[in-house]
Design a binder for this molecule. Structure first.
Ligand code: 6MZ
Length: 358
């Protein structure tokens, strides 16, 4: 596992509120428990439970959002989540989050995102490159030597998520916010949320508009059986899709011929029972077909995993050695949504790591 931690990695499917440390969630719950807002012992049990159905996962997210939705907390979790990924040598992270509005505490989707940006700015343990170069304060070169030690650097770009519970208008508001925040590192839009809620036709106008305006799109696709929606999503030709669990032969064929890259979240799929067991996971089929894929955590906090853990699981379950795993990680560079300049810099990180590997 050590070499998988040490290896540079790219994370493209991580939900901010799903990636919070358990210790931080428990701390928030304790504070709200003391205030009498929640019953701490009930919540503690829910946070520490490890096996959850997909339905329970979404109930947990409702609880997490009660614990986290204020500006100071959003700033803190953003900082911690990025630090955690950097600590395991994620060199490029596309972090996604659903901008939230909460009138009772004066939170707008915009101020929620300002709190996220504040979190990125507040990180001082690693160098964070989060915005197009000319605007990014505090960014310095890779392997900056300070005090004789190599300082880590992580590129962070943001995806704004549309929650499937939202209306077309709310989805459009998120897209417009993403367009306004392009200079702050927002590169695209994600469609996520409880897959049994909402209709593709509700989100389609906002997603189409986003793409016309030059934003990249990734869709949660096939997390539950829904042939009609899967077909419509594939026809849309998004930049990437997440999961692709309930694809029948016809959809799998269409996916492969369209070459739409797939974000694979092994632990998430197994824990939520979207896939019965690792040995029947579609990773193997897509990997053998040389289809573009990227291993991701989905919700490192909720599923108690890490990106190194996902690589380790794939390596043991599919019998892939060091060279294959490195190549898998390296190939993901081509799937990132950031501009060519960043892509080139990430390629160079892998090139330099490859020289050390030989
Ligand atoms: C679909 C998911 C998800 O946006 O509040 N989310 N949507 N499938 C999944 N697989 C398990 N995991 C997380 O992060 C939490 C939100 O991300 C989406 C859900 O909408 C969840 O409420 P943010 O930062």
């Amino acid at each position: 596992m050590d070499w998988l931690v040490a290896m540079p990695k790219v994370e493209l499917h991580a939900h901010l509120n799903g990636s919070i440390r358990d210790s931080t969630l428990l701390e928030f719950a304790r504070v709200l428990g003391e205030k009498g807002t929640i019953n701490f012992s009930d919540v503690e049990h829910v946070i520490l439970k490890s096996d959850r159905s997909l339905r329970e996962v979404f109930k947990l997210f409702d609880l997490i959002h009660i614990l986290t939705t204020d500006h100071k907390t959003v700033t803190r979790i953003t900082k911690e989540v990025v630090e955690d990924f950097a600590a395991e040598n994620v060199v490029y992270l596309e972090l996604r989050t659903t901008p939230k509005r909460n009138d009772s505490i004066g939170m707008s989707k915009h101020s929620y995102m300002d709190a996220v940006i504040e979190g990125l700015r507040s990180i001082n343990t690693v160098d964070v490159d989060f915005a197009p170069h000319k605007l990014c304060e505090g960014s310095s070169h890779m392997n900056d030597m300070s005090n004789g030690t190599v300082r880590k650097k992580i590129y962070v770009r943001l995806l704004l998520s549309i929650d499937r519970r939202e209306t077309t208008e709310a989805a459009m508001e998120t897209v417009k916010l993403a367009l306004e925040m392009r200079d702050l590192g927002v590169v695209g839009i994600d469609l996520s949320g409880n897959p049994i809620v909402g209709e593709w036709s509700t989100f389609f106008p906002a997603l189409k508009f986003a793409r016309e305006q030059g934003l990249s799109i990734t869709l949660h696709c096939g997390e539950v059986p829904n042939k009609k929606e899967i077909q419509a999503m594939l026809d849309f030709l998004p930049g990437r899709i997440g999961h692709a669990c309930f694809f029948e032969e016809e959809e799998m064929g269409k996916l492969k011929s369209s070459k739409i890259p797939v974000e694979i979240c092994l632990t998430s799929n197994i824990r939520t029972a979207s896939i019965a067991s690792i040995d029947v996971h579609h990773f193997a089929d897509l990997y053998n077909a040389k289809h573009p894929i990227v291993l991701c955590t989905d919700d490192a906090g909720v599923f108690s995993t890490s990106l190194s853990g996902e690589y380790s699981l794939a390596s043991s379950a599919f019998d892939l050695g060091k060279k294959e795993m490195f190549q898998l990680a390296r190939n993901t560079t081509e799937l990132i949504f950031a501009d060519d300049e960043v892509k080139q810099e990430v390629r160079e990180i892998f090139e330099s790591a490859a020289r050390k590997l030989d």
